[in-house]
Design a protein around this ligand. Structure first.
Ligand SMILES: C[S@@+](CC[C@H](N)C(=O)[O-])C[C@H]1O[C@@H](n2cnc3c(N)ncnc32)[C@H](O)[C@@H]1O
Length: 463
């Protein structure tokens, strides 16, 4: 990517902000941004992953994220077979901080409000090992598809993916969430080194315009977070209007207490009272990561702004609870293919079958723009059930009675959509296609060949 010059007005602001540190800050733009990957705890752990990856993937530990690994800058994490089996997520190292700060617990109802492309959503699901419910929302429709495909590739079973304006969530989720992450749309100053094109969108007025939008978003979030719940606010900018001033805005409401944060390798200005900082900054001259800001709060009182009972319009739900009768073909598939795997909270939309996460039912979702209401199990066809790619990615080898192990060449053929001729006999019917024991998708065996069921939209055409 072409290197653009840093805007003069931005440099002036940074000089004022950083004082003596400005020279080192500027010098850091002569160095390359570091790349990172994060192990997906739904499928593996850091140690196991390190054993599998080539040498250029083993650069170093990211101090603030136990699952994070710095990789060499010429390593290509999107071109490794384990990428396609969801064993890791390529992520800018600083971007691993907000989900660590959120510290999600099992069984909670969690909202990632500004979620695409899904780095933090996939990290939250990894930290909770897929328990509880993750509502992953992305306002911009064109960005929500990539969010859905990342959630699917990582094998996340408990995510609802929405494409909504934040305020449209209030009637359904008024003060319901245990934790909310607001990884806010911002002026992106922290990304200037990694992605110089971001400088072209920056103007001196941008931080103030972003701050107004951020306050708007947080006013809505106040109506979504339960009293006692945790809010993490993060940006990838240095602008105080979008960072400290937003944190102060929250505390001034009288309903938010800033909580101390500290992570190894990250700068946290000590506050005079506690010697601990309520917020942390990643500066490229002080940490090995791109510019970021993270603050954590506890909500101490209710918002007192409950929507009237007329707030949630009565819209007929697109989802219907599945009855025993509806499920006959699914049960036939399940008992033949994955007899010990039981999904609960099953709903139908048309001919598609879904397993909803714990906190979700058809009524909650009515009237909302839903991309995925949970884990798609598959589709009812005439007299049979066809399992979905999302189900394949959420399964483990031990869950199924038929699987086919692919070597690396066969995996690339599979990902291109080619028919597979297995060296060992596979019983006719559905088979989970594995690479090194991890699912890459489904196939359907018949008379010595395996028909490729890797989704057409995901197929790769070049290695
Ligand atoms: C910093 S990015 C999120 C990155 C994401 N959390 C991740 O880790 O992959 C901010 C997102 O907020 C979305 N957004 C823009 N305007 C918004 C608004 N008014 N309310 C909520 N989200 C908005 C953007 O489309 C963008 O995807």
């Amino acid at each position: 990517m072409e290197k653009h010059t840093l805007p003069e007005a931005f440099l002036g602001r940074m000089k004022k902000l950083l004082g003596n540190g400005y020279g080192d800050f500027l010098a850091s733009y002569g160095e390359q941004a570091r790349k990172g990957i994060r192990a997906n705890l739904l499928k593996t752990d850091r140690e196991e992953l390190l054993e599998k990856l080539p040498e250029d993937f083993k650069a170093d530990t990211i101090p603030w994220c136990p699952e994070g690994i710095y990789i060499d800058n010429d390593a290509r994490p999107g071109k490794n077979p384990y990428y396609y089996t969801g064993l890791y997520y390529p992520q800018e190292p600083s971007a691993m901080l907000p989900a660590q700060a959120l510290a999600p617990e099992p069984d909670e109802l969690i909202l990632d409000l500004c979620a695409a492309p899904g780095g933090k959503s996939t990290q939250i699901a990894s930290l909770t090992r897929g328990s509880g419910t993750l509502v992953s929302n992305e306002l911009v429709k064109s960005r929500s598809g990539i969010l859905a495909s990342n959630i699917e590739r990582m094998g996340i079973p408990n995510a609802v993916i929405l494409n909504e304006f934040p305020e449209r969530l209030v009637p359904a989720f008024y003060e319901k969430f245990d934790r909310i992450l607001v990884d806010a749309p911002c002026s992106g100053e922290g990304m200037f080194r990694k992605d110089p094109d971001v400088t072209l969108e920056w103007t001196p007025g941008r931080p103030a315009a972003c701050a107004a939008r951020q306050k708007n978003i947080l006013e809505t979030v106040d109506r979504l977070l339960k009293p006692g719940g945790t809010l993490v606010y993060s940006t990838c900018t240095f602008a105080p209007e979008e960072n400290e001033e937003i944190s102060e805005f929250l505390v001034r409401t009288g309903r938010y207490r800033a909580e101390p944060l500290s992570f190894e390798g990250v700068y946290a200005p000590p506050s005079t009272e506690t010697e601990q900082s309520p917020d942390i900054h990643v500066y490229p001259h002080l940490s090995e990561g791109e510019g970021h800001y993270v603050a954590r709060f506890t909500k101490t009182a209710g918002s007192g702004d409950r929507p009237s009972s007329g707030g949630k319009k009565k819209t007929k739900s697109a989802y219907r609870k599945a009855s025993k009768r509806d499920l006959a073909d699914y049960e036939a598939f399940r008992s033949a293919f994955m007899p010990d795997k039981v999904y609960e909270n099953l709903y139908l939309s048309g001919d598609r079958l879904w397993a909803f996460p714990d906190h979700i039912d058809g009524a909650v979702l009515s009237g909302l723009k839903v991309l995925r209401p949970g884990l798609e199990l598959g589709t009812f066809k005439k007299g049979r059930f066809e399992p979905s790619h999302a189900l394949a990615m959420a399964l483990r080898r031990e869950d199924v009675l038929s699987s086919t192990e692919l070597d690396e060449d066969e995996l690339w053929s599979y990902l291109k959509g080619e028919e597979i001729r297995p060296s060992e006999a596979v019983p006719n019917g559905w088979t989970l296609m594995l690479y090194d024991g991890y699912p890459a998708g489904f196939g359907k065996a018949s008379a010595g060949t395996i028909k490729n069921k890797y989704p057409k939209g995901l197929r790769i055409y070049k290695k």
